[in-house]
Design a protein around this ligand. Structure first.
Ligand SMILES: C[S@@+](CC[C@H](N)C(=O)[O-])C[C@H]1O[C@@H](n2cnc3c(N)ncnc32)[C@H](O)[C@@H]1O
Length: 381
């Protein structure tokens, strides 16, 4: 088994959560802006892809160096051991980005990196002609930040948020990675009730169900690195077998999703069936103001409309008020609402126990947290 520098990329604000997940998989890691880095073997690449709920994608770092000129970029890229990663038939497109760097022309950087990799491989595979590039995909990225070039190969393929269950969606669906992050931030456990009163396409309840039954989020999809020859098929088979063993399909769940829009309820039900939770999540059409329950010590996670569209603000703020009134009766429940409305607490009618800044795509939001009463301790007699 080899040792690779693995990067799990993370949305702004989710780095610590990704790091927690990486550590839970058993890998020591370092947290940086937008990424978590760690050393691991082929198994770590497979397990990271299969298990990380909040990371965007898994990349392999081939090299990192300072580059102020195109010559430097070319020579230092050519000096990297590309033949260890790319077979003779590899398809290797190069994408790029540049932030606060002298080499700001991304298209030139991409072309130079491509040329350097080709030169290196030509020498290694003793070729004079072009490579056909008709084999597995190794998407290379050159990312320049303050003149430091990081060169990686993408090991995920489609982003990790694509779990494969979302066959339909509403207007403003949450990324699956963010939905998982919201659930994880509540510390909800599967023996407690869980509700999403703005379920839309059902992303939050479905992610909660996967967390509740310890189902690996990537179990039902493929990853581009499954076609890489240097990761033996057995590594993937073993990682999938481990995931199957660790899944707890018998764990009972009490998860409800509701939405004012009956069309969304249908979509959410369809997605839940696709995810294998058709009977396990209870979806229903309901306005948030009508929510009431006699259950106790549950968790509510909601991603309501933010009211950012013209003419929508007043109605949304009125709805926040009704929500506050309905939830005021649920004093044992912990309630987590994500919105960009800075006056949310005022409309909801109560200051949050805690707020956490989060980015929903490019929208800056806060997760308003209202912690419920703790269950009484069992008396030891
Ligand atoms: C931002 S979307 C939620 C998206 C969802 N998290 C997903 O991943 O698809 C907000 C949802 O709130 C619903 N909604 C709006 N007003 C509501 C109300 N008063 N009660 C319940 N649901 C409401 C909308 O129909 C919409 O589906």
């Amino acid at each position: 088994m080899g040792k690779y520098q693995i990067i799990a990329t993370a949305a702004m604000g989710l780095e610590a959560l990704v790091a927690k997940e990486v550590r839970a998989l058993g890998y020591d890691c370092e947290v940086e802006n937008g990424r978590v880095t760690y050393l691991g073997d082929e198994t770590a690449i497979a397990r990271s892809n299969l298990w990380l709920r909040t990371a965007d994608r898994i990349k392999i770092k081939v090299g990192e160096f300072k580059a102020f000129t195109f010559d430097e970029l070319f020579e230092k890229t050519k000096a990297l051991p590309w033949e260890q990663y790319l077979p003779e038939d590899a398809e290797f497109p190069v994408i790029g980005k540049s932030v606060k760097s002298k080499l700001f022309s991304v298209s030139d950087c991409q072309a130079i990196v491509k040329k350097a990799v080709v030169e290196r491989l030509k020498k290694h595979y003793k070729r004079n002609s072009w490579f056909e590039e008709n084999g597995a995909l190794y998407r290379i990225e050159i990312a320049l930040l303050k003149d430091v070039a990081t060169i990686t190969i993408d090991a995920s393929g489609s982003g990790l948020h694509k779990r494969g269950y979302r066959i339909d969606q509403g207007e403003a669906p949450l990324k699956e990675t963010m939905a998982a992050a919201l659930v994880m931030l509540t510390n909800w456990k599967a023996d407690k009730p869980f509700m999403d009163p703005f379920c839309g396409s059902g992303t939050i309840p479905i992610e909660a169900a996967m967390i509740g039954q310890n189902i690996a989020p990537g179990f039902n999809r493929e990853f581009v690195s499954e076609a890489w020859k240097w990761i033996p098929e057995k590594v993937w088979d073993d990682a999938r077998m481990e995931a199957e063993d660790l899944a707890n399909y018998d764990q009972p769940l009490d998860i409800t999703g509701s939405d004012i829009d009956h069309r969304m309820v249908k979509i959410a039900q369809g997605n839940a069936i696709e995810a294998g939770f058709g009977d396990l999540i209870d979806f229903k059409q309901m306005q948030v103001r009508d929510i009431s329950t006699s259950k106790e010590y549950g968790v509510i996670v909601g991603n309501p409309p933010y009211g950012e569209r013209l003419g929508e603000k007043k109605a949304v703020e009125h709805m926040y008020k009704e929500m506050g009134q309905a939830f005021s009766k649920l004093d044992t429940w912990s309630i987590y609402i994500m919105t960009s409305n800075e006056d949310f607490e005022q409309f909801y009618g109560k200051p949050a126990t805690k707020k956490r800044k989060l980015f929903n795509g490019f929208i800056r939001t806060d997760l308003y947290q209202y912690w419920g009463k703790k269950p009484p301790r069992q008396q030891n007699i």
